[in-house]
Ligand binder design. Structure first.
Ligand code: NAP
Length: 282
């Protein structure tokens, strides 16, 4: 019998993770024999855990909250997209070195443009939040050349820092993309209208909780997208529909697509994601 490909997902908490089911589905498509376990890992034992996993024949690891930034410092080499994001969600062995990459932005853009038919070029986009997820998706969104990208965060200083750090890595003037950062104040939010509004805050992890966005924000919005995934519509999605957004989506498609990109990095195989997109995992 073939030796099992040893994969894992690490984070804290980790019991809720759907990664084992997703990657088992991908592996079954190619009859690849995998072992995919969840491990509770903290920042204190992260580096030691990673070194020992890979020394013990590990092939690849998915990284989730709250380790996405800390894991970057444990890698020997990092990809360009992880460098731009200052975060990683996957680490694997490449030429005997620990290589970190970030597939979150690829996953979101693929879900928006291919699964939801929402091309980003020339569009006005609002991102709510400036945490690890926002950092992961913004470089990929900028690559698609929107007309304008606005980032609004509860703690304004974090949005301004994110913008400053990105500007030190990417020449935004050269791209012609208008990029603004600010607070969640009505003045900042309502000074534009947006084709797409993306909620990258963690508010939806608390069911029923609301950011308290002005209803007028969603007037003219083609798509309101919540990175969080759940069977029920999140409060953000419900408010967007009530405010006039044409369409809403949760982040299940992004989860599948970022996983597929990670699976490709680990195996060189490109899974068919359409098989999973319409079948939420319990
Ligand atoms: P994070 O680094 O902890 O950042 C949390 C963000 O949410 C911060 O900007 C924070 O603002 C904001 N926030 C928290 N509570 C808020 C509130 N009550 N009102 C307004 N803003 C609030 O978390 P993350 O890693 O970015 O993850 C964010 C979300 O993305 C999570 O729901 C996660 O599940 C989801 N996600 C989904 C995928 C996918 O594949 N679908 C991938 C990655 C992440 P402050 O700076 O003011 O604290």
């Amino acid at each position: 019998m073939d030796k099992k490909l040893k994969l894992a997902v690490i984070g804290n908490p980790i019991s809720h993770s759907k990664s084992p089911e997703i990657h088992q589905n991908f592996a079954d498509q190619f009859k690849v024999n995998i072992e995919f376990n969840k491990h509770k890992v903290t920042q204190d034992n992260l580096e030691e855990w990673l070194r020992s996993f890979f020394k013990d024949d590990g092939r690849g690891v998915s990284i989730t909250l709250p380790l996405k930034e800390a894991a970057l410092n444990c890698a020997d080499e990092i990809s360009e997209r992880a460098r731009l994001a200052s975060a990683c969600n996957v680490i694997y062995l490449k030429e005997d070195k620990l290589f970190a990459d970030c597939t979150d932005g690829h996953g979101l853009v693929k879900d928006l443009e291919e699964n939801l038919n929402a091309p980003l070029k020339g569009k006005k986009i609002l991102i709510l939040g400036s945490g690890g997820a926002a950092r992961g998706i913004i470089p990929s969104i900028l690559q698609k050349m929107p007309e304008k990208l606005k980032v609004a965060n509860r703690t304004e200083s974090k949005a301004l820092l994110l913008k400053k750090e990105l500007e030190s890595k990417v020449n935004l003037d050269e791209t012609g993309i208008l990029f603004e950062a600010g607070s969640l104040s009505d003045d900042f939010l309502l000074s534009d209208s947006f084709d797409f509004i993306i909620n990258s805050t963690s508010i939806s992890t608390q069911p029923g909780e609301s950011i308290g966005l002005p209803e007028a924000l969603f007037s003219g919005t083609k798509l309101a997208y919540d990175l969080f995934y759940s069977v029920e519509k999140t409060a953000f999605m419900q408010e967007a529909l009530a405010g006039g957004a044409e369409k809403v989506s949760d982040g299940f498609g992004m989860l599948i697509e970022q996983g597929a990109e990670s699976f490709r990095l680990w195996t060189n195989l490109i899974p068919d994601t359409s098989r999973m997109l319409n079948k939420p995992i319990d």
